[in-house]
Design a protein around this ligand. Structure first.
Ligand code: PNS
Length: 171
């Protein structure tokens, strides 16, 4: 049975993450979405909220489960007996840090392989941090995140402000 782990902070899950989850779930028998527990990092959503949102958006994907991990990823992989990490690659800017993490994870545990999937072009510049920033400044993020996430962001920050078409004066 082919199993893989898709790790991340998912604060919150975006359409980019969901695209990788959906495509990766077709390649393996079981995909575990592993939400990182990092008490030293300030998250917008609690671990429970992040998990709930992922569970809801993945409810139609039968071979996807959601779990949490803390500490080193390679320790978690060893615990669950899964040596394959799935990562999404967006723009070239992701490559350097992802290349470093993949190399370090394999150095820490030789069994571990990282498989990279290219994100869909429309999600190439999407990130949880940008979504948080735009929502915080009351911009629209409904095209960037699943509905459940958009609802939670609107609850948190209020509905998006309408665009005022710029401030150019016309005669
Ligand atoms: O969504 P993110 O924040 O980009 O996910 C990063 C994550 C959780 C995949 C990465 O930070 C990680 O694997 N953290 C666990 C700690 C660890 O194993 N560090 C060494 C990696 S080289």
């Amino acid at each position: 049975m082919k199993r893989a782990v898709y790790p991340g902070s998912f604060d919150p899950i975006t359409n980019g993450h969901l695209d990788i989850i959906t495509r990766a779930s077709r390649l393996v028998d079981e995909l575990v979405v592993a939400v990182m527990v990092n008490p030293s990092k300030r998250h917008l959503f609690t671990l429970e909220e992040r998990q709930e949102m992922i569970l809801e958006v993945c409810s139609g994907l039968d071979n996807v489960s959601v779990s949490t991990f803390s500490g080193l990823l390679v320790h978690y992989l060893d615990e669950v007996g899964v040596p394959i990490i799935i990562k999404g690659l967006r723009a070239i800017s992701d490559f350097e840090s992802e290349f470093q993490m993949a190399a370090l994870n394999t150095t820490l545990d030789h069994k571990v392989e990282t498989l990279f999937m290219m994100t869909a072009v429309k999600n190439a510049f999407l990130s949880s941090s940008m979504v948080r920033q735009i929502a915080n400044l009351q911009g629209p993020v409904s095209d960037m995140v699943p509905d459940v996430v958009n609802r939670r962001l609107v609850e948190r920050y209020g509905p998006p402000k309408p665009n005022n078409q710029g401030n150019t004066r016309r005669k």
